[in-house]
Unconditional design. Sequence first.
Length: 315
Amino acid sequence: MPATLLPQNDRHRPAPVVAVVGAGGFLGTRVMRALSGAGVEALAFTSAAPAVHGTRLDPALHHCDMVFYLASRITPAIAQREPERAVQEVTSFRTFLDALRENPRRPVVTLTASGGTVYDPGCEPPYDEHSPEGPSNAYGRAKLEQEKALAAASDWLAPAVLRLSNVYGPGQHTTAGYGVIGYWMRALLAGEKLRILGDGGSSRDYVHVDDAANALLAVVGRADALRAADRPTVLNIGAGEPTSLDDLHKHLEATVGRPVPVEREPARPFDRRDVWLDIGRAAEVLGWRPEIGLAEGLADTWRYHLSQERRPNGR
């Protein structure tokens, strides 16, 4: 990425004020690193330093030109098991959007949404941004409700939505429900068998966290175009190709250099069969494409887990 994201003839313009809500999370930490590496200063908001106090916006957000909203406390399993938490996720986002009325700059607000759960499973993938929507679980419904809330706030902000596929990489939670790659690597280090849900033929679109962070970074350089758009900008962000669970297992065996035993269990009723995304529009609008292939990304993630395991105090 370039040291600055301003075009050559715009270098006299002041740098945008960027805020990251959810800066302490898996993706948020990588976004903060990407912004810093590009010379973009960003305000970090976390659960310990929230963006909204009650219903009042943190004063620093009054002056932001761009906001990345990455905060989330649910997974598909959590949303299905505790639907009230999915409702709270949407309510918290609406409270945040209402508080942003205090910002007079009409900031570009980018929501990270779900490319894996908002599209109608009755349609064949790959899904592009015009594919029919039809969430089949509580998680997808909550994410689509957030998108609709963002679009409804267009009078006082410029909405952008990045529908992420299955993001993985160093720093991801390794407990069940937060992504199969991190969960499998934790199981490997613990000497456990890997669990494959269903017949192993179901496919997902795995995108490395650094590629996802660079997609958000690319938004900074397109802020003027996004603000001028006459409708919310919605973009798919993924690898753009499917990988079945059985193929992922083979990739992981190649990564660790040995056979890895598995045990098979029935698929969960709320899981989708096949999901992958058409990412062509992100290339057109943001000039972004993923750069980290699955083999490279798995090796990077495995090195991270090994380094964590070797630390004197463990994790």
